[in-house]
Design a protein around this ligand. Structure first.
Ligand code: 8YV
Length: 327
């Protein structure tokens, strides 16, 4: 029996490639840069499945040009790079990788918050540049983390993992805003209080963005929202770059209308807005919130498990549009 053909669009761990190769005929793109749109379309011809990451855009036009495609399994929890409605309309299954990266991503979110509030990157740069000459009472003095107000926009799995760290690790007051309010017992267990978006912005000492990206979330933190924040506040984004209007953020940081920002995601990544690069009070990291080896292995395994299940008639563990099943 011939094996179904599958495109593995980015490098993946060896054990995951071996698992996929046991079931499928693989076409692997092992280059360090993602395939361009035309090349992706060409390589998907005749493929029943695709193992992708956040760098592959799967839109309606591409789907129309790849009629054999039955399953797109992404090694990410966020899936704004995939047109889910278009996939569903064509009966193409989409899966993502929730849960396995929650704690790791929350760890990084907290690390970025700490580094930003306590000016760690600025201090490190200054020291390496030979700028550490002496001591003074306000030398690199930052914002307090323990006992301050942690404001979380987007209270899904990662938001809740951040809330636990803030509440129980650092004795923070936790407030959140989300499309839907959590059940009362979940709020109580997290020690988190639901507030409107305005109150969230006004009360935040540290505002962390962990909401999924959508048309509605595009630039939902822009000049008007930044103007509501305290001048001492920090803003952390570990969700998607497009949620923040980067020009408005750069202006607010430059004019010290907010104190600092920590960004792991960018609107045009891997390009970074030059206005942000020019500022001292922003910590910039290259989209690495889920980047530990155990977590990246778990993400790749889950994406592969989904693909194998989808194309062998089994039930995929984490489908986004299970209504298209069976394929
Ligand atoms: C990915 C992420 O590593 O899962 C997500 O949604 O943002 C990260 O964990 C990133 O998208 C690269 O593919």
């Amino acid at each position: 029996m011939t094996k179904p053909k599958v495109l593995v669009a980015r490098r993946a761990p060896a054990e995951v490639l071996a698992q996929l190769a046991a079931h499928f005929e693989l076409d692997r793109h092992d280059g360090e840069s993602p395939l361009g749109a035309d090349e992706l379309r060409a390589r998907l011809q005749g493929k029943a499945g695709a193992f992708v990451t956040g760098t592959e855009r799967i839109g309606a036009e591409l789907l129309a040009a790849c009629p054999d495609l039955k399953a797109v399994c992404t090694m990410t929890v966020g899936h704004n790079h995939i047109d889910l409605a278009a996939c569903t309309a064509r009966g193409v299954l989409v899966t993502n990788t929730p849960d396995v990266l929650t704690e790791t991503t929350a760890d990084f979110g907290f690390a970025l918050l700490m580094a930003t509030a306590r000016r760690m990157a600025e201090g490190e740069r200054l020291l390496r540049d030979g700028g550490w000459k002496s001591w003074s009472w306000d030398f690199l003095a930052g914002a307090e983390v323990h006992g301050s107000t942690l404001a979380i926009l987007g209270m899904g799995r990662i938001g809740q993992a951040l809330a636990r760290r803030g509440r129980f690790g650092f004795g923070m007051r936790v407030i959140y805003h989300n499309r839907s309010r959590l059940p009362a017992d979940t709020e109580a267990a997290l020690g988190a209080r639901y507030v409107g978006k305005d109150e969230l912005l006004r009360e935040a000492d540290h505002l962390v963005l962990v909401l999924p990206y959508s048309a509605e979330a595009h630039h939902c933190i822009a000049a008007a929202e930044l103007a509501r924040m305290k001048p001492t506040a920090t803003l952390i984004n570990i969700a998607r770059g497009g949620i923040v209007d980067e020009d408005a953020l750069a202006a607010a940081l430059r004019e010290r209308r907010i104190a600092a920002a920590g960004l792991d995601v960018f609107e045009g990544e891997p390009r970074v807005n030059p206005a942000l690069l020019a500022l001292p009070n922003v910590v910039l990291t290259p989209h690495i919130a889920s980047a530990t080896l155990p977590t990246r292995h778990a993400m790749a395994r889950l994406a592969a498990d989904n693909l194998v299940a989808a194309l062998t008639g089994a039930t995929p563990p984490t489908p986004l549009n299970p209504e298209v099943l069976p394929l």
